[in-house]
Design a protein around this ligand. Sequence first.
Ligand code: LMR
Length: 329
Amino acid sequence: MLKFSLRALACALSLSAVAGMAVAEPVVIKFSHVVADSTPKGQGALLFKQLAEERLPGKVKVEVYPNSSLYGDGKEMEALLLGDVHLIAPSLAKFEQYTKKLQVFDLPFLFDNIQAVDRFQQSEAGLGLLKSMEDKNITGLAYWHNGMKQLSGNKALLAPKDARGQKFRVQASKVLEEQFKAVRANPRKMAFAEVYQGLQTGVVNGAENPWSNIYSQKFYEVQKFITESDHGVLDYMLVTNTEFWNGLPADVRSELDKIVVEVTAKVNEQAEALNQGDKQRIVEAGTSEILSLTPEQRGQWRDAMRPVWSKFEAEIGAELIQAAQAANQ
Ligand code: LMR
C-alpha cells in the first residue's frame, strides 16, 4: 500500500514537473508587416526580435514575417484583433476604420519635415493618439518613422496640372484619395503588395512613397520620374492587441516595454539615413529621373492640395490639426 502511494506520489510529482515545463513554454510573438527587411520598419522588427530573444531567453520567441508574407494590407489588422498576430506597424494612413484622428498625419503639406512630424508625435497630443483605439482592443506602443513621401509617375510631375487624369495608387485612406482628387487625378486604393504590378501593367501610372519603399519594392524600375516633393509623411504606429499585451507575465511585459523604447529610438534615428541611402541607390540605377521642385512649384502643389484640410477638419478636430501645425515651429 505504502509502495503504491509512493509510486503515485512520484507520478504526480513528475506530472506536475511536466505541467511546470508546459507553463514555461516561451510566449510566441508574431510580428507581421508588408515591407522589406532593409527598410526602417523591417529593421525595427528584426531588432525587436533580437533584443527580445537575447534579454528574455526561453521566455519569448519572436517570429517576423516581412513583405506581406503572412498578412497583407487589410488583413493584418483583422489578424491582430483575432490574436493571430501580436505586433504590426501599419502606416498611419491605414487606421481610419478605427479612429479618424490619425488622419491628421495624411493631410498634405502639414509637416515641413520629419523633425516636425517627430515633435508632434512626441507632444502630449501626439502621444495621446497612441491610446485612441483602446476601446477597440488596439494599443499603440510607439511611432516609427519611415519618412516624407515623394511623387512618382511616368510623366514628369512638376506642376499640379501634370497630375491631371493620371491614376495614382493610394493607401486605404480617404484623405489620400481627396489629395489626388484635388489635383484632378484619379486615386486608386491598392494593397502595397500589388503596387509594383499595378505600375508595371499601367493599372496605375503613379504613386507616393518614401525612398526606402520606392527602392526596396523596385518601383523606380517601373516609374520614369520621381519628384522630390516631400508633400506628406509615411510613418507607422507600432500596435498590439491590448488584451494580449496586458495579459503577458509582468516581468516579460516590462522588459518588452523597455525594448520597444530602445528599438523605437534606433528606428527613428536611422530612418532618414536609410531613405537617403536608398535615394542614392535609385540615382545610381539611372532608370528614373529625379526631379526637384522650385519653391514656386512646390507652392502650387500646396495651394492645390491644401483645401483637403477643411474637408477633414470636423472628423480630425481643428485643435489636433493646430497642434500638428505648431510642431513646425
Ligand atoms: C504603403 O502601403 O504604401 C505603405 O503603407 C507600406 C508601408 O508599410 O510602408
